[in-house]
Design a protein around this ligand. Structure first.
Ligand SMILES: Cc1cn([C@H]2C[C@H](O)[C@@H](COP(=O)(O)OP(=O)(O)O[C@H]3O[C@H](CO)[C@@H](O)[C@H](O)[C@H]3O)O2)c(=O)[nH]c1=O
Length: 340
């Protein structure tokens, strides 16, 4: 199968490419990535010389570029490419609409014209909005996005649905909970905690720290997408979750304990506007219909992740030295001084 993976230089996309090339000798992967601030070809060093792997720098929202890529002969598309950080979407929503909505539509249109056999849209549980203390999101839960990021992902999902209903494009949507693992950009909570702790910097925790996320180890997410790509039923949505709900505060304390760092590094800062209180995923459907089972419990996953960041300090120190550092100071420098 000749698979177009978009956003393959990002965290989940790069993990997926390595996973697929290791697992399937017969798949050829075309990785299309714009290499924005969080895309990093260093994530793919293990496979860069693999004859079944090819990188192409392009923007999924650029029709001309996407049209050229489909001329290579594409059987299936897995669309990871997205602006994904909620805080950034609050500061600059326009780029989220461009990539997550327009980019998805451009890909869908070329996929339709080129008659691909599968289009997998990688979405998020955030499109469902926020939960209270009880209940879970299932695939029938209405979409109630609260941030510009989740609204743009919901927009992409609606277009995917429309291409299935209107044109019969063989689409499937996956909605996952919070991922963690190697190569995650340190703007997201878990790598941010690890990197800050190792750099002796404060750990910023928004609001009361009692917000809850359901954590999924990235390799388990990759195995779920592989199943959906091969066996997912067209027109369907599959939720993917780790059943590992933790408050942000619990998480920060766990990581600090693993690193033998004091809890006094935690600093409560101003809350995120429109902050979703809790996400909890009901993933019975993919478990019972496609036989998916996560391999990693949270304790193993978090230890692997911490170990990876300890072993790969050059990877994140390079990132910290770049443009990201300015962004970080702008974002957290202000938040912290407000509360000090
Ligand atoms: C960066 C940061 C985050 N937080 C809080 C906000 C959230 O309650 C929680 C996790 O934040 P984030 O790592 O930004 O992730 P979150 O907003 O949940 O969204 C993630 O998970 C989603 C899936 O649920 C993905 O669709 C998003 O792309 C991904 O960014 O930690 C803090 O308390 N302090 C921080 O410095």
């Amino acid at each position: 199968m000749r698979i177009l993976v978009t956003g393959g230089a990002g965290f989940i996309g790069s993990n997926f490419i390595v996973y697929m090339l290791n697992k399937h000798a017969d798949c050829k992967i075309f990785n299309v990535d714009l290499l924005t601030y969080s895309g990093n070809l260093n994530n793919l060093i293990k496979v860069e010389n693999n004859p079944n792997y090819k990188f192409i720098k392009a923007d999924i929202a650029n029709r001309t570029e996407v049209n050229q890529i489909f001329k290579l002969g594409i059987d299936a598309v897995v669309n990871f490419a997205a602006e994904s950080h909620v805080d950034r979407s609050i500061m600059a929503p326009d780029i989220f609409v461009k990539t997550n909505v327009l980019g998805t539509q451009v890909l869908l249109e070329e996929a339709r014209l080129n008659k691909v056999s599968k289009f997998v849209q990688i979405s998020t549980d955030e499109v469902y909005g926020s939960l209270g203390e009880e209940g879970f999101f299932n695939e029938e839960t209405p979409l109630l996005p609260n941030s510009p990021y989740s609204a743009s992902k919901a927009g992409g999902d609606f277009l995917v649905r429309a291409y299935y209903e209107t044109y019969g494009l063989p689409t499937v949507i996956t909605r996952c909970s919070n991922n963690y693992g190697p190569f995650q950009f340190p703007e997201k909570l878990i790598p941010l905690i690890i990197v800050n702790a190792l750099s002796e910097k404060a750990i910023p925790i928004y609001g009361d720290g009692l917000y809850i996320r359901d954590w999924l180890y990235v390799e388990d997410h990759c195995s779920a997408i592989d199943l959906v790509l091969n066996r997912g039923v067209n027109g369907e949505v599959y939720n993917i979750g780790g059943n590992n709900e933790r408050t942000n505060l619990q998480l920060a304390k766990t990581v600090l304990r693993e690193l033998s760092k004091p809890e006094t590094m935690i600093q409560f800062v101003q809350d995120r506007p429109g902050h979703d209180r809790r996400y909890g995923i009901d993933s019975k459907k993919i478990r019972s219909q496609l036989g998916w089972n996560p391999m990693y419990d949270f304790e193993t996953g978090i230890r692997n992740t911490i170990h990876w960041y300890l072993q790969n300090q050059d990877w994140w120190k390079d990132i910290e030295a770049g443009e990201y550092r300015n962004y970080y100071l702008k974002q957290y420098g202000t938040r912290m001084s407000v509360n000090q």
